[in-house]
Design a protein around this ligand. Structure first.
Ligand code: ASP
Length: 290
């Protein structure tokens, strides 16, 4: 059985750091393995641009052969279950199966029944381990360490698997993490701070997308009102610390959680995060199939 990655909370801090270090080597073109005898299946049951296609690029960079899956044209339409779909792909004998699904902890029903390494590309509002790894890689490139850095994660916290994963792992690595945003998006169990004061004192300002597709009802606020009250506006950006950076897992609602022109401003690391996604996914694939 391959080495699966369901959540980062399953991994000790040293292993998380060693995956990031390996990704940094790949980023420099060092020691890239050749897995031309290995096959990866990418099963995305939820829409995805970055995670799906950067896994794809990572697989290609490792020389793997890649099978992609289109749920709309599959036997899911004949009422085949999620479990039977994954088990079917596993019976073809791939080395790795990357899965994204809208159900939290979907992987629990697969554990012990699948031979390939299962790599979690996001489960509902639960976990997004490779996103957090690429966030951490971006932070390490920028600051060289984690200990003592402050990160504010702001916006739609309760629907964000990125916020949930980052919050846990960043704290474990010695960072101070606070959340900010409208009350209806915050969670009591996570440390909260006033957004304006957090923006001024953080090394990393991480903005989140308002995830309308996961909301049970419409938000009682226009996009402009949201931007003014909880978005990273041009005025708020000016109050950030000199060396502080802006991150966002994307897709970005430009002009809502983030002022349009901040997306590619000198502090923004959003496209850098995307580039790093390829390297951390290479490292996770290597760990999975070796
Ligand atoms: N791309 C991230 C995710 O899949 C964040 C988002 O969709 O807003 O969770």
């Amino acid at each position: 059985m391959g080495k699966s990655l369901f959540t980062l909370s399953d991994l000790p801090a040293e292993e998380i750091v060693s995956i990031i270090d390996r990704a940094m080597m790949f980023c420099q073109g060092i020691d890239i393995p050749n897995f031309s005898d290995k096959i990866a299946c990418n099963l995305f049951f939820e829409p995805s641009t970055r995670t799906q296609y950067s896994f794809n690029v990572a697989e290609v960079r490792l020389g793997m052969r890649v099978i992609s899956f289109n749920p709309a044209a599959s036997s899911l339409n004949k009422a085949e279950s999620f479990y039977d779909t994954v088990k079917t792909f596993d019976s073809f004998g791939p080395d790795a199966i990357v899965i994204r699904h809208s159900e939290n902890e979907y992987y629990k029903q697969l554990e012990g029944y699948i031979n390939a390494a299962i790599l979690n590309g996001g489960d509902g509002t639960g976990n997004h381990p490779t996103q957090s790894l690429l966030d951490l890689m971006t932070i390490k490139q920028e600051f060289g360490h984690f200990e003592g850095l402050k990160c504010v994660i702001a916006g739609d916290i309760s629907h964000s698997r990125v916020a949930h994963t980052d919050y846990e792992v960043m704290r474990r690595l010695g960072m101070e993490v606070v959340t900010a945003g409208p009350d209806f998006f915050l969670e009591d169990s996570l440390k909260q701070e006033d957004f304006d004061s957090a923006v001024k004192t953080s090394d990393i300002v991480m903005m989140l997308r308002v995830q309308h597709e996961r909301h049970a009802s419409h938000m009682a606020m226009t996009a402009e009102e949201y931007h003014r009250a909880y978005g990273l506006t041009l005025e708020r950006e000016k109050t950030m610390k000199d060396k502080a950076i802006i991150m966002h897992p994307a897709p970005v609602n430009r002009g809502v959680e983030l002022a349009d022109s901040l997306m590619e401003c000198p502090r923004a690391r959003i496209f850098k995060q995307m580039s790093n996604g390829v390297f951390v996914r290479m490292a996770v694939l290597e760990r999975g199939v070796l």
